[in-house]
Write a protein that binds this ligand. Sequence first.
Ligand code: NDP
Length: 388
Amino acid sequence: MAKVLCVLYDDPIDGYPTTYARDDIPAIDHYPGGQSTPSPAALDFIPGRLLGSVSGALGLRRFLEDAGHELVVTSDKDGPDSVFERELPDAEVVISQPFWPAYLTADRFAKASRLKLAVTAGIGSDHVDLDAAVARDVTVAEVTYSNSISVAEHVVMMILSLVRDYLPAHRVAADGGWNIADCVARSYDLEGMHVGTVAAGRIGLAVLRRLAPFDVRLHYTDRHRLPRATEEELGLTFHPTAADLATACDVVTINAPLHPQTEGLFDEKLIASMKRGAYLVNTARARIVDRDAVDRALRAGHLAGYAGDVWFPQPAPADHPWRTMPHQGMTPHISGSSLSAQARYAAGTREILESYFAGTPIRDEYLIVDGGALAGAGAHSYSTTTTT
Ligand code: NDP
């Protein structure tokens, strides 16, 4: 019987919810392009409930314990005295979410002598040292597509919020004020602007599709070009590099995984090459951009706005400059953890575990590392050499 070690974010400060804002969530059985949503043999939770926090336990407790496995759920993930590090040596399976990542570094792999499977409940396995996983023949899997549309919706929201300067105007209203000039002095229409995505995978393409009706000019860069029919349908301009795209756009959104090719991509020089007054939205991974260069560009008025939900490390320290820099719409890492997304990635995590314990293949699209090499979605979108 296996020990499953699951790291989740803390419950709400006021305790695990007993009521919800809505009674249900829409049933979705496939993603754009046809991939089916997770299909485990059964579910032990009600979709729409809070599953990503410790008491939610991703809805896995009954399934695992009825099968005789041990499930340890904790939010205590950092440092040598953490529950995570204490429980790691005899864990066979580790589950973690990018929102509250249990960093599986090479040092931790060295301590995890029984580890066979690392599951990302969500998308983005850069918190796992993929080189170490390859070397140790540990399978890494994530729930591909589970929250891609959730993030795409968030990106569109953040682009509109920045360009229209929504958050400061809301603050004026909430604080009892009514100075219209204050509210509109940085407020523009998105219509007609050049908007580009770095990467046009599941999230990037969904952002492009959602923005097309706003009558903007759409741009993208990616390692693989989209089909010509898609480029024509959306009127896309392809750029061979992110640097080329960045100089052409009023709004840039980053939707690439963090791996050696993208780490530090938006450095001081690339940001300086962007148009004065450009907006940058990054819900992909914090280390794709230079933290201090973003702060300086906002303060200098070179960037008009920055928004996103990804930080390094996570949780971000209280004095992280992105908490206080001007003209920003940062949130904690939430875009892929709506209650709708949680239902899908919890079901997908269960599907992966069912396959693993039954000794049947894990869906190829969920695999990042398998059999001592990048595999499935990982072989397509990642490169090894660690970024953890
Ligand atoms: P996909 O795998 O569908 O798309 C990733 C795209 O990035 C692929 O098209 C890939 O290209 C492209 N890419 C990889 N490297 C580069 C590069 N060097 N330059 C340009 N493009 C590149 O993943 P998703 O769209 O679903 O997710 C993307 C990322 O978003 C995740 O890896 C994760 O980091 C982040 N994410 C954030 C969430 C949040 O809550 N904030 C939630 C979910 C994801 P190709 O495959 O053509 O080689």
